[in-house]
Design a protein around this ligand. Structure first.
Ligand code: GTP
Ligand code: MG
Length: 205
């Protein structure tokens, strides 16, 4: 699969603002500043599609991006339309209270109530230890019956060996097999087509 088209659709804080037509969705969650918006830009190969900032708390609403993917198998061309969904981060100390309210409000409503959510990509900074907020979020998503792909971001910030060790640690901590966890770096982009493949597999299933 490759992404052949990507565009911003709309932003929402309530269910009646979710886009029409409804399409299958893959959402990106994780702590503030972990690289959710950057990852969406990397997948779409469009810097500036989702707004990125070095200051945590940049994304404040549920943002929907409309994507079209294409693949050709045995001369047959196939296209798929879906949404990527960028979410505000959790665990941002400076606005901890409002951040918490939001997460217990419209974000958890979206995650637990969406009929179209085929995959949640949970992003974790590869340099961090497993944190309670990440572990709790992961189990909460599973309890909602959602499929979760864990992505360890900013892999370029560690040596290859250190990155492998962190991946092994998170695999153990969360009880994941290799199909449910991967490393990613938006500066290196080496796992881009692998991640697109995993997203498409989850959305087709
Ligand atoms: P919020 O919207 O605030 O929740 O943050 P976010 O998770 O969307 O993070 P964002 O994409 O805005 O990125 C935060 C910072 O991390 C920016 O300065 C990015 O340039 C940087 N960043 C994101 N991904 C990577 C990566 O793979 N490698 C490196 N070195 N920096 C990254
Ligand atoms: Mg963001």
């Amino acid at each position: 699969w490759d992404i052949i088209h990507a565009q911003y659709i709309t932003s929402a804080v309530r269910a009646d603002q979710y886009p029409t037509p409804p399409l299958i969705e893959a959402a990106f969650i994780g702590r503030s500043n972990v690289g959710k918006s950057s990852l969406i830009n990397s997948l779409c190969r469009r810097n500036g599609l989702a707004r990125v900032s070095s200051t945590p708390g940049k994304t404040q609403t549920i943002n929907f991006y409309g994507l079209q993917a294409k693949r050709t198998t045995e001369g047959q061309e196939e296209r798929a339309d879906f949404y990527l969904v960028d979410l505000p981060g959790y665990g941002f100390a400076k606005t901890a209270k409002t951040n918490k309210d939001k997460w217990s409000g419209f974000i958890s409503k979206y995650l637990s109530g969406s009929d179209n959510l085929g995959l949640v990509c949970q992003l974790i900074d590869i340099r961090h230890k497993p944190l309670d907020s990440d572990i709790e979020s992961y189990h909460w998503l599973l309890d909602c019956g959602l499929q979760v792909q864990v992505i360890l971001t900013k892999a370029d910030k560690l040596s290859k060996n250190a990155a492998m060790a962190q991946k092994a640690l998170f695999k153990r901590e969360l009880g994941l097999d290799d199909s449910r966890i991967m490393t990613y770096s938006v500066t290196q982009n080496t796992m881009r087509s692998e991640l697109i493949g995993r997203i498409m597999t989850a959305l087709e299933g």
